[in-house]
Design a protein around this ligand. Structure first.
Ligand code: AMP
Ligand code: GLY
Length: 426
């Protein structure tokens, strides 16, 4: 079949890498893709949110399946757009309806959903601008730290963990009065801080049944030892040692199954990935957030760890056979280390030449491009997160060490990466 993949990051490079291994994949197109994805298919200069242009591509290229990488097209209703168009209805869109994407698109929606279905999550309250005074009172009597979240999509920046009431009140005012995150902050969720270890779990669901396709631990801060500003993710490891059978059973029974059942009960059409952002609090799983897509850089370890044909799984979601799928994982460990532009997550430059991309051992490491662009002068940087170097190893430290060796040979002006990915598992 012909497949169109939407997005341009490391996540999409990893999905493309995995999908072209499938004998079900004839031609792959990526809109817009990056310098890495062009090795696996044809990049098309079309925006993932330009649904009309995507329609033309689908008809021209005889696309049978659309795999949606980022959240924005999902929240904007790409699934529904395809369902409502008689020329596009037959296409298998991997991604939830706009209603389902609210799990990520609205923190207030997802918190209420979890409450309705008894899914463990931090206690919370939500406030709009007309409830500003009540919100301030709520903050003043809240235990510390206090977590504030802009309701809508804020490019991963809408969460503040305030260590004092003054800081929380300031953040609240910024979000709700000064519209720091625009409309995303029309509502603000204020919640309890959960102390524990974070882990991301990924499932594919057709809205009735699900399969867990992997998990990973992401390192979100820019600085070593998890210090400094939050980023999109500086590296990942998988499998995570505490994710044993007993913890996974709790995750499935208390979180994944009730989420999928809840969506079905509420007649919410969901046909895609669910990313469960969890906190392990003394051995008990709690939900920090849902996303309606794969994680980045989690995908850069989850796809290499997954041995099952991903395109066959996408097809199974469409023809009611997902329940019969046989999911298997590599026996090895995987780590990815993200190389970023100097200055990231603040301001950074683009169009810097990248050197040393070819010097890897193919069976051991994969260089996934995150923010890169092919130019007539070679491959250049095109984003904050530039490359995710994934490696296999007999254990996490070995996988991380191999990725770091590859990175020593790669250079671009300002390159930075964390050398302590997986530090707790050494
Ligand atoms: P989110 O955008 O919901 O993923 O939040 C960003 C990050 O903030 C998460 O990955 C956590 O590290 C942290 N976070 C969010 N909510 C909480 C919470 N209730 N307790 C502790 N940390 C949290
Ligand atoms: N790495 C976290 C995310 O994709 O949201």
């Amino acid at each position: 079949m012909n497949i169109l993949l939407l997005g341009s990051g490391g996540r999409e490079h990893a999905l493309a890498w995995k999908m072209v291994k499938s004998h079900h994949c004839d031609q792959l197109f990526i809109a817009p893709g990056n310098a890495g994805t062009s090795a696996y298919g044809t990049n098309l200069a079309v925006s993932p949110t330009d649904f009309t242009a995507l329609k033309t591509v689908c008809l021209d290229k005889k696309i049978n399946m659309v795999v949606v990488g980022p959240e924005e097209p999902l929240v904007k209703g790409i699934y529904d757009f395809f369902q409502q168009d008689t020329q596009l209805q037959h296409i298998n869109v991997v991604g939830p309806s706009a209603a389902g994407a609210q799990l990520e698109g609205s923190k207030a929606f997802s918190k209420k959903f979890m409450q309705r279905h008894g899914i463990p999550t931090a206690a919370y309250a939500e406030f709009t601008v007309s409830e500003y005074e009540e919100g301030k009172k709520y903050i003043q009597q809240h235990s510390l730290p206090i977590v504030l979240k802009a309701d809508g999509l804020a490019a991963g920046k809408g969460v503040v963990i305030a260590l004092s009431h003054t800081e929380a009140l300031q953040a609240f005012e910024e979000m709700i009065i000064h519209k720091q995150f625009g409309e995303a902050g029309n509502k603000v969720v204020i919640e309890e801080f959960l102390k524990g270890i974070e882990v991301s779990v990924f499932a594919l669901t057709d809205g009735e049944v699900y399969q867990v396709i992997g998990h990973a631990k992401d390192y979100k801060r820019i600085g070593e030892g998890e210090t400094g500003l939050n980023t999109g993710g500086m590296g990942c490891v998988s499998p995570v040692p505490f994710m044993d059978a007993s913890f996974m059973q709790k995750v499935e029974e208390r979180i994944i199954r009730p989420t999928v059942n809840g969506l079905a009960q509420e007649n919410i059409n969901y046909h895609g990935f669910i990313f469960f952002g969890l906190m392990n609090v003394h051995g008990e799983p709690w939900v920090i957030e849902y996303n309606c897509r794969m994680g980045d850089p989690e995908t850069e370890v989850v796809m290499p760890m997954l041995q099952t044909d991903i395109v066959a799984l996408f097809a199974a979601m469409d023809n009611g056979t997902l329940i019969d799928a046989n999911i298997s994982f590599s026996e090895q460990s995987c780590a990815t280390v993200m190389a970023v532009s100097g200055g990231y997550p603040g301001d950074y430059q683009k169009n810097i030449s990248i050197h040393g991309l070819t010097e890897i051992v193919p069976d051991q490491s994969i260089i996934f491009h995150a923010g890169t662009k092919q130019t007539e002068h070679g491959i250049v940087t095109n984003g904050g997160r530039v490359l995710a170097v994934t490696s296999y190893g007999n254990n996490i430290p070995e996988a991380v060490a191999t990725s770091k060796k590859v990175l020593e040979k790669i250079s671009f002006e300002g390159i930075y990466y964390r050398k302590d990915i997986g530090f707790e598992f050494e």
